[in-house]
Design a protein around this ligand. Sequence first.
Ligand SMILES: [Zn+2]
Length: 109
Amino acid sequence: MVNSQKDCQSQDEANAVVLPRTVGKLETEEENKVMKTCYFCQGEVINKRIRHVHHWGDEIIIFENVPAEVCTQCGEAYFSPEVLQMMDKATLERIPPAKSIAVPVFSLP
Ligand SMILES: [Zn+2]
């Protein structure tokens, strides 16, 4: 498993692109068996499909229906190398997204 919660925040306007092409439930729990414990807090980790927000320069790319292992205690999400590869490929190759959404941007004084 690889932890991919490494993205830093990007400021300014963000072009939001939603990429996944699968038709399915959004942000739903597909709870299966317990895989292991959380690397950070030793909490219980379960399989579920999540929404993953990826920061790419000034862009924000949203992946939906992403298979992940999520800590029930701290919320840390772990992705398999295959899933990370799919998201990298979608980001780099600019495949047509499933849809695009507008994202409000607030700038604090
Ligand atoms: Zn945890």
